[in-house]
Design a protein around this ligand. Structure first.
Ligand code: HEC
Ligand code: HEC
Ligand code: HEC
Ligand code: HEC
Ligand code: HEC
Ligand code: HEC
Length: 464
């Protein structure tokens, strides 16, 4: 019986752990807002206080990846420093009052707050709401399969344990002169306990709305998603020897190593308008995202106000020149026209935002690396202070046509390096505070100081 209990307990714990991260709710949002935001943002969401009215927030951030809004709330000043257009615009309006940083808020908690903001702004009757249910819908069917297979594995495991229990039982039965029993898979499956468990498990699994966790399971070592633009590190960082930090310049200054915006690409691509391999098809995406007219060689002043038709006309003409040296699409033959259409489809697919139909705005690169919310990792600490090369953690990115996740990013990976790596103790001001180690080093009692020695194995250093 003990085995059976253990088996139940494990299954429960496992399933319960899947459900811990509850979906965002207005209720949670209200509490978080009251505790953290209400000091500066009006509760009716319509008045300006120390901070601006938050009603209509979603619309103002719709042109950017959702992660930008999260980043803003976690550390608005870092975003201003990174030159994010919305952040800079806000700062120009509201300086010199900076908003507080809320590094501890998870994505789900921020979604809760946004739910509450939208709810309070429209003052609709309250109730639990599923955010962007449709946006998640496409992903969730794949995850359902994942959960279904997990359930199956659990069922098989339970069955195997039942067999062991039966066999143990049979030993005593035989000793007592009774007839041994041998239950089939079906019999085991139809015991009351199993049915109750199955019902419980199914309710839990299918009621489990935040597919977030499962999405994350897919993002692991060697993860190599397709990107909206065929951007090659091999070509840029390898063949053209562009320094990593030319594009990822926040790596040595801040927690995140940001992906460069189209304006960084334009430093070169205002001149390099065609690639040897992909012609205009990929670089046109940069132009269409930022509003650069490659024919007239200038930025389009009111690009934000352009319609899809206007945008299509300009860039199809540009793509068309590449194909036919014809100045009007009408003067082109069918093959040329269809080539232009295909390429334009590609641009739309890469840039057009499903939620608002806009082409303008930042390129939405697919994130490759993603630690869970409870883990804290800081680039500046490793790149600037620890002086670790990007390649040590990310592999030889300069040889990668498409970037993939080179390291496991598991806890063991972090810990191992902290155990092994010596901190560059002597020539760094930052370590002056560790006076004792300095004395020990001088006295020869100690030959080296590892990251572990300076607290790199303490749970709270890496966990919120
Ligand atoms: C110390 C005052 C203060 C607190 C506390 C504060 N904010 Fe702000 N917030 C501001 C200011 C000021 C701005 C304007 C931009 C700036 O100064 O950088 C702002 C701007 C914003 C914006 C951008 C609004 C827009 O229209 O795009 C969002 C979103 C936001 N705050 C959300 C929050 C949330 C969520 C919280 C609580 C977790 C919070 N703020 C707490 C002061 C604050
Ligand atoms: C010309 C600009 C440019 C240069 C130079 C560059 N990168 Fe990138 N990097 C990008 C862009 C754009 C992306 C996003 C698209 C992608 O993932 O390929 C990116 C993505 C990445 C990612 C994956 C980020 C994620 O989503 O998790 C890593 C890691 C990375 N770069 C490391 C490097 C390293 C290391 C170097 C130097 C060897 C380097 N990059 C040089 C532009 C650049
Ligand atoms: C420091 C200069 C520089 C920067 C910054 C830069 N590129 Fe490039 N890029 C080049 C050069 C040089 C080429 C090579 C053109 C060729 O193929 O001959 C190129 C080629 C390309 C190509 C075409 C590849 C082919 O062979 O068809 C694409 C697509 C591209 N870059 C995307 C980007 C993106 C996206 C960014 C910004 C994240 C970016 N580049 C930033 C210099 C740069
Ligand atoms: C000590 C290991 C380590 C070093 C060194 C390192 N990275 Fe990272 N990098 C990571 C981890 C871990 C993540 C995932 C962070 C997360 O999800 O919060 C990451 C994420 C990224 C991302 C995705 C955006 C982000 O910050 O989440 C980019 C881009 C990137 N690294 C580029 C670089 C570049 C460029 C360098 C060198 C200047 C570098 N990294 C050095 C470990 C490292
Ligand atoms: C390639 C080696 C390496 C890897 C991998 C690595 N680190 Fe580090 N880490 C260092 C070094 C070196 C330092 C020392 C820099 C310093 O003194 O701040 C450091 C320091 C830290 C610190 C500050 C410790 C303190 O006491 O101030 C934290 C937090 C941290 N790392 C988190 C992580 C996390 C989380 C991961 C995994 C996602 C990770 N590191 C992976 C080498 C590494
Ligand atoms: C050097 C950084 C670092 C230190 C120190 C650290 N952790 Fe972690 N921990 C991580 C990272 C990164 C992850 C996420 C791993 C993943 O995604 O698989 C993690 C994951 C976890 C998890 C979740 C299990 C999982 O695999 O996702 C638990 C629980 C945990 N850590 C507990 C602890 C405890 C307890 C300590 C102190 C004894 C500790 N950690 C110290 C970096 C660290």
């Amino acid at each position: 019986m003990l085995l059976k209990r253990i088996c139940w307990v494990f299954s429960f714990v496992f399933l319960a752990s899947l459900a811990v991260q509850a979906a965002p709710t207005i209720e949670e949002g209200k509490n978080l807002f009251t505790a953290n935001c209400a000091a500066c943002h009006a509760k009716n969401m319509r008045d300006n206080l120390t901070g601006p009215a938050l009603a209509g927030l979603d619309d103002r951030w719709a042109a950017y990846p959702r992660a930008d809004l999260y980043a803003w709330i976690r550390n608005s000043q870092a975003m201003v420093a990174s030159g994010h257009p919305r952040a800079v615009e806000l700062w120009n309006q509201w300086k010199p009052t900076p908003m507080n940083s809320f590094t501890g808020l998870t994505d789900d908690q921020i979604e809760s707050i946004v739910l509450y903001i939208n709810d309070a702004a429209t003052a609709k009757p309250q109730g639990p709401v599923t955010p962007e249910a449709s946006a998640d819908g496409t992903e969730s069917s794949g995850n359902m399969w994942l959960f279904a297979s997990l359930a199956l594995i659990l069922a098989l495991l339970a069955f195997a344990l039942m067999r062991i229990i039966d066999n143990l039982g049979n030993i005593t039965r035989v000793q007592a002169g009774e007839v041994p029993v041998q239950r089939t898979f079906f019999q085991v499956l139809t015991t009351k306990g199993s049915i109750a468990f199955l019902v419980f498990a199914l309710t839990l699994i299918f009621g489990y709305k935040t597919v977030d966790n499962a999405t994350r399971m897919g993002r692991s070592q060697n993860y190599q998603p397709d990107q909206p633009i065929a951007f090659s590190h091999k070509l840029h960082a390898g063949a053209n020897k562009i320094d990593c930090q030319y594009c990822h310049d926040s790596a040595r200054r801040s927690k995140h190593s940001l992906i460069p915006g189209s304006n960084t690409c334009m430093n070169c691509h205002a001149a390099v308008k065609k690639g040897t391999q992909t012609g205009t098809s990929e670089i046109t995406k940069i132009f269409a995202s930022i509003g650069f007219d490659p024919i007239a060689n200038k930025y389009i002043p009111d690009y934000d106000g352009w319609s899809e038709q206007q945008i299509a006309d300009l860039y199809k003409k540009w793509i068309g020149q590449e194909y036919m040296s014809a100045n009007s699409l009408a003067a082109m033959n069918d093959a040329g026209r269809s080539a232009v259409e295909t390429q334009w489809e590609g641009v739309l697919k890469a840039l057009k935002d499903d939620s608002n139909g806009r082409i303008q705005g930042p390129i939405e690169w697919v994130r490759v690396h993603n630690l869970p919310d409870h883990a804290y990792f800081n680039h500046a600490q490793h790149v600037a202070i620890g002086q670790i090369a990007c390649q040590k953690c990310h592999g030889t990115v300069e040889e990668m046509e498409i970037v993939y996740q080179y390291s496991s990013l598991g806890m063991g990976w972090c810990i191992n390096c902290h155990r092994e790596t010596e901190v560059k103790f002597n020539d760094n001001e930052y370590y002056k505070q560790y006076a004792r180690y300095h004395e020990e080093l001088k006295a020869g009692v100690r030959t080296k100081v590892t990251v572990a020695d300076i607290g790199g194995l303490e749970c709270q250093k890496c966990h919120y």
